[in-house]
Write a new protein. Sequence first.
Length: 576
Amino acid sequence: MSEFDKPKFDKSKLPSRHVTEGPERAPHRSYYYAMGLTEAEIHQPFVGVASCWNEAAPCNIALMRQAQSTKKGVKAAGGTPREFCTITVTDGIAMGHEGMRSSLVSREVIADSVELTMRGHCYDALVGLAGCDKSLPGMMMAMLRLNVPSVFLYGGSIMPGRFHGKDVTVVDVFEGVGKHSAGKMPVDELVELEKVACPGAGACGGQFTANTMACVAEAIGLALPYSSGPPAEILSRDDFALKAGETVMDLLAKNLRPRDICTRKAFENAAMVVAATGGSTNAALHLPAMANEAGIKLDLFDVAEIFKKTPYIASLKPGGKYVAKDMWEAGGVPMLMRILLDAGLLHGDCITVTGKTVAENLKDVKFNPDQKVMVEVKNALAPTGGVVGLRGSLAPEGAIVKIAGLTHVKHRGPARVFDCEEDCFAAVERRDYKEGDVLVIRWEGPRGGPGMREMLSTTAALYGQGVENIALVTDGRFSGATRGLCVGHVGPEAADAGPIGLIKDGDIIVIDAEKGTMDVELSEAELAERKKAFKPKPPGFKTGALARYAKNVGPARDGALTTPGADQEVRCYADI
């Protein structure tokens, strides 16, 4: 981009004027000179380049490299980039122990920390780079909350590992634990698998939460077309980073903001893409939380209704055959959206960060019949989406289940009740259950956990043991990598004296994912009597971030929110 092409900005209308303009800001400017900025750079728009880089897990280690390319793009387009990092809690490391309580809480901390950094330093626009599950919605929540021109960039997925001639992911390792406990995998083979499953940088490669939310970022219009596709190690991803930096400056010139992009229709597009790809159930938690930041009322039932109407057309792991890299090579999210648009499902008139509508972005995209990852709607893998909402006497405020790739979608069996994940996992390890059981893990909801832990260790162990005629129900969450009939987000949670907190061993639970129902075979009178005798567990935490979260968090149905949204906003940050 030449100097002639660069847009001219009126700093008197931008937030950064508060730290760069006028004689009274001489002390502030002295800090910028200390960091090597020129006078011209100080008087350009300031763009926050926020990344979730850390050394916690491979999901995040390529983000700083990509942030440097983003900064080059911002500079080329006449802006002054200001790089900063926020936290992540990486689920693969946090899974199966106390650390998972921090995972969902980290979504709020990421959103809050990006907001505070932007507010404190008066940055004018934002490019956010994220790699691991909760960091993607957390970053997009910050964009919607601040409402400054913003572009989201996914750090990319990991390349598949190779084990005994087959592609493998970290989920194969989790399931290998179950195989080992069932005597189906020797420990030396498990050790061999763990050493090759994750060959480098990037987030888990299946359509788990990270890739699901990366697809959401494209579908909702906050990310550039195709940008969710290239794996982290592929250097073409840096070209998207450069373009993201240039694009955010164009959005600043046009004053095109996240809430202009993320309308109700855009959220519906995002939910359709989740369903069409058999994406993570966590999307039903994150989409309402993001919508809240935009002042849009969207709950689990709204999301589930869209899931119900959307065909399942992309065969992605864990329910299907392929990984994120395969989908990118097959045509990426734009081709998937083209299929949905041609079927009259997608809203083509939604504006995106390109400055064009969805339909305009997809104008030259055509279905590729020579690839195997995606099919046209007429040949859909299933008539409705891979994620289904449930409601009934066991879940008056709803629950959610992922049925992509499942044949076992109906179940009736006796409850086997556990008051934490560890107890259930220990029982599974001992194979101390019967086929036909409904394993119930409660006191793991947003408030009762606290933190609404994911249950991948337990579900993967069950899968690895080869058990199909079983169900698992929880007021906690399931990983996007979970397989089997696993119902999560049950509300009200046990901590709120919901029915899941009242059931006993042997109570008969009936799940019908085709009808969208989940009931316990108890009369209303019996449930009412049990509720009178209900005694809440004492809080597991009385101090620190987890205690504060438990005090403030709302129900899973609404996205496990901790703050009011834009509908309660007094003054938008972008307008200061």
